[in-house]
Design a binder for this molecule. Structure first.
Ligand SMILES: NC(=O)c1ccc[n+]([C@@H]2O[C@H](COP(=O)([O-])OP(=O)(O)OC[C@H]3O[C@@H](n4cnc5c(N)ncnc54)[C@H](OP(=O)(O)O)[C@@H]3O)[C@@H](O)[C@H]2O)c1
Length: 322
């Protein structure tokens, strides 16, 4: 089958390790099922893999891609949950299983004509969502859903700041926050992206580091080092930063005096459980939410999507069709 593979690790030039070509179809293990992929979406995770972040060279070659929507062996339209873990070891939440992995970390991922996953990782695709839209949900939108609705400690009507508005997770946070009754403020380096964030439902937008009209209840962090100091300053006393990523660097000054004096919380968040993905699918259906797609490309042109992500030229998700 045709697939997009991480063949080598190259921290400086991630595209150098990207290979497009034939890979063998392997028989599914017991309890696993083969899904015919119709659409898959790109995440920064796929770039990290090519750079050797979160994976070691002995796992290569491995098919990239966490997210997919497709058709299962019985002909059902499905969305693939990307977290491979055991919910029973961690109180029903497989993201807390110490042995959990994401598709494309230990098991081949979704950038292929077919992907093999545990049967419990398949959820019915709502008919109102296209395969392309559904393929955006399992990583960026699920991560945003958990950050905002489960980890932020806020309620509808609260004010949240989303750093780096253009990204896949960030656009998801704006869309879901707006639909969930939040006042969403967003920053972006680009004026064009700030305008688009307003169109998407952000209430106000700011350049990075700008003084805000008032302090916010929570900050959604995916950028890391470049925005961390601003995130700490943006919070009201007792406020919370929810962090799921650190694209610009992972070791900013912690500013512990600010954290304890203002009694701030910093909470990590990763992906979401199968139950949360089920609720996200229903939320999209009920609230009329549709993911923001920057561009859709055939899987054979995956390298163009990777290049746009590395260059930071995106507003929303890159979707590959198969
Ligand atoms: N923990 C999890 O489960 C999980 C799940 C999904 C993603 N993540 C992580 O979250 C991060 C974002 O992922 P994504 O897929 O949304 O990536 P993406 O679509 O490439 O978004 C990157 C974002 O970072 C901002 N940015 C990048 N470099 C910056 C810099 N130097 N200064 C300021 N802003 C910068 C961009 O904002 P502007 O261009 O608008 O300024 C853009 O919003 C990644 O680190 C990823 O690994 C984690």
């Amino acid at each position: 089958m045709f697939a997009v593979t991480a063949a080598r690790i190259d921290a400086e030039d991630p595209l150098a390790g990207l290979e497009l070509g034939e890979r063998p179809d392997l028989p599914p293990p017991d309890g696993w099922e083969v899904v015919t992929v119709k659409a898959a979406s790109l995440n920064y995770h796929d770039v990290w893999t090519l750079q050797g972040v979160g994976i070691s060279a002995d796992r290569l070659p491995i098919i990239l891609g966490c997210d997919a929507a497709g058709i299962d062996a019985t002909g059902r339209e499905v969305v693939v949950h990307a977290v491979i873990g055991d919910p029973t070891v961690a109180g029903g939440d497989e993201t807390l299983d110490p042995a959990r992995s994401l598709l494309s970390e230990r098991y081949d991922g979704t950038f292929a004509q077919r992907v093999t996953v545990p049967r419990r990782n398949l959820l019915p695709k709502p008919g109102v969502l296209s395969f392309e839209e559904a393929a955006c949900l399992p990583t960026a939108y699920l991560t945003a859903y958990r950050m905002l609705f489960d980890q932020s400690g806020t309620k509808p009507g609260s004010t949240v700041l989303v750093q780096g508005a253009g990204g896949g997770v960030a656009t998801a946070l704006i869309i879901l926050g707006r639909a969930g009754g939040y006042r969403v403020w967003a920053t972006s380096r680009s004026e064009t992206k700030r305008e688009r964030a307003l169109e998407l439902g952000a209430d106000q937008v700011f350049p990075p580091g700008a003084r805000l009209p008032e302090r916010v209840d929570a900050v959604m962090e995916t950028v890391g080092q470049a925005t961390w100091a601003h995130s700490l300053r943006a919070l009201r006393p007792g406020g919370r930063i929810v962090v799921c990523g650190a694209t610009s660097g992972a070791a900013p000054p912690a500013e512990l005096n600010r954290v304890y004096f203002l009694q701030l919380s910093v909470v990590g968040s990763t992906m979401g459980s199968r139950d949360q993905l089920g609720r996200l699918l229903t939320f999209c259906e009920q609230a009329g939410v549709r993911p923001r797609i920057d561009r859709t490309l055939p899987l054979t042109q995956a390298a163009d999507g990777f290049a746009a992500m590395i260059a930071g030229n995106l507003f929303g998700k890159v979707v590959f069709t198969v």
